[in-house]
Design a protein around this ligand. Structure first.
Ligand SMILES: Nc1ncnc2c1ncn2[C@@H]1O[C@H](COP(=O)(O)OP(=O)(O)OP(=O)(O)O)[C@@H](O)[C@H]1O
Ligand SMILES: [Mg+2]
Length: 456
């Protein structure tokens, strides 16, 4: 018999004990036989109540059992899920671990390589941590600075530089550590180092920054450039001497041209004039010839004067730099035609000295010649200014320019030596020259010369 969800009581008139047992076995809740005295009627309500109560209990138990089963199933599902994800996580962890071990091995290898390369390098290689404490110091650093690695590691990098650089170094290091300071990183800068014996020496420094789990580190490659600086100084001294000699030579040549040729031509002119006057009137043809020759002598005289002035204007010695520049710019303007030339001189109270004056004059000469030859400019701006302790000459044109944007040198293959000569002259007196040009947008030359030249 199918399990009946509703309670079932059998009330029968023809009952028998075996039937009752059968029915109860089959799931009937109670079995009553109608007795002839009808006592069953008094018993019936109690039996119904009892059966109903039992039925309710049964239902509740069933529900509880079902809920328990569900919870059990849910738990099992979750446990299965969790076990699966745990297995995955373990697998992942294992993978990461072996990856990390591989990375660490590679790191160790590269660190060993770095150390062996760094140890044999000819330049000092120094690593500092984020607060500037030396953590690596190679053999070249020992040789260059005089401190052994044992002495240097743990010291602040400030021990390796003169006091006057310490503040700037601290600020620079802070900037490099906290950001990618592109002003320094990857570039080469010149600085001054301090040896163990407290002597100073010029160095060239390039920096690299690296970030590890242990923090930020900065590695510097330091090159002792004492020899190079000395050689540069010697070259500068030599080229200064050469320029001096060539200027002297030009001066002598200009004087000779003026004095010898100039005077001879003047004498020739006067002589021819006297000769023309003394010729009888009937020799008109000869007189005309004399006039033509006198004209030729005049032109020759003018040309000689111009060449002598180009070589070395007397004016520079007599009237000084600013007046000579004014005259030269004026004269140049007349020769070149359709170009507006503006010249301004500010703050120049004293004469800068003959060596500086001739450098400025030569830079002006070459720059204006370049403008005439190459620039096709309609405007040129020239400013000479004294800004203590420097004399600054800036010449800008609005011509065709050269090279790509911001070019500082003309295209390769250029055979000219004018711009090179400018640099040479300027650097020979300890000055600095900046040339900037934009194709189609003009050229600017800025020259800075120190006015406190030590006597040579
Ligand atoms: N103001 C300018 N505008 C445009 N291009 C210029 C200017 N100045 C120089 N250049 C370019 O730079 C090149 C180099 O100039 P530089 O004075 O060195 O040589 P150069 O004038 O050609 O020859 P040199 O000066 O030896 O007689 C020039 O050939 C020209 O192409
Ligand atoms: Mg030139």
């Amino acid at each position: 018999m199918q399990k009946n969800p509703l309670p079932l009581i059998i009330l029968t008139g023809k009952g028998a004990e075996e039937l009752a047992v059968e029915a109860l076995k089959a799931g009937v809740d109670d079995y009553m036989i109608k007795d002839p005295g009808q006592h069953y009627l008094t018993l019936l309500p109690e039996v119904v109540m009892g059966v109903l109560g039992k039925h309710a209990d049964r239902q509740a138990r069933k529900q509880a059992e079902e809920a328990l089963q569900k919870a059990d199933d849910e738990l099992e599902r979750r446990v299965e899920e969790r076990t699966a994800s745990l297995a995955m996580a373990t697998e992942q962890l294992k993978k990461e671990l072996s990856e990390r071990m591989r990375t660490e091995a590679a790191l160790r290898l590269s660190e060993e390589r770095f150390r062996s390369v760094a140890q044999t390098a000819g330049d000092a290689i120094i690593t500092v941590n984020s607060w500037g404490e030396i953590v690596f110091w190679n053999q070249a650093a020992e040789k260059i600075f005089g401190h052994s690695a044992k002495e240097a590691v743990g010291l602040g990098l400030t021990a390796m530089m003169p006091d006057r650089f310490i503040q700037a170094h601290k600020e620079g290091l802070r900037r490099v550590v906290s950001s990618d300071d592109f002003r320094i990183l990857g570039k080469t800068i010149e600085m001054v180092g301090l040896r163990k014996d407290k002597t100073e020496f010029p160095v060239e420094l390039s920096l690299a920054k690296w970030v590890t789990r242990e923090g930020v580190f900065v590695t510097g490659i330091v090159r002792d450039i004492t020899d190079r600086k000395q050689a540069e100084q010697e070259i500068r001294h030599l080229s200064r001497q050469l320029i001096r000699v060539s200027e002297e030579e030009k001066k002598r040549l200009a004087r000779d041209l003026h004095d010898e040729f100039g005077q001879a031509l003047t004498a020739l002119h006067f002589g021819m004039e006297a000769m023309a006057k003394s010729l009888p009137d009937q020799l008109q043809g000869h007189k005309r010839k004399c006039d033509e020759l006198m004209q030729l002598v005049q032109t020759l005289g003018d040309n000689i004067r111009r060449v002598a002035t180009e070589l070395r204007p007397d004016m520079l010695d007599d009237l000084g730099l600013v007046s000579t520049m004014k005259w030269y710019i004026d004269d140049f303007g007349k020769r070149i035609g359709d170009v507006r030339l503006d010249f301004e001189a500010t703050g120049i109270k004293k004469r800068p000295g003959p060596e500086i004056e001739i450098v400025i004059y030569r830079v002006l000469q070459e720059t204006l010649n370049n403008i005439a030859k190459h620039a096709r400019a309609s405007r040129v701006n020239i400013v000479l200014a004294y800004s203590h302790p420097k004399l600054i000459l800036t010449i800008k044109d609005n011509g065709i320019g050269f090279g790509p944007k911001g070019a500082t040198r003309p295209m390769q293959g250029n055979k000219g030596i004018g711009l090179l000569g400018i640099r040479e002259r300027v650097e020979s007196v300890g000055g600095h020259c900046e040339i900037r040009s934009n194709k189609g947008k003009g050229t600017m030359i800025r020259v800075e010369l120190p006015l406190n030249l030590e006597p040579q």
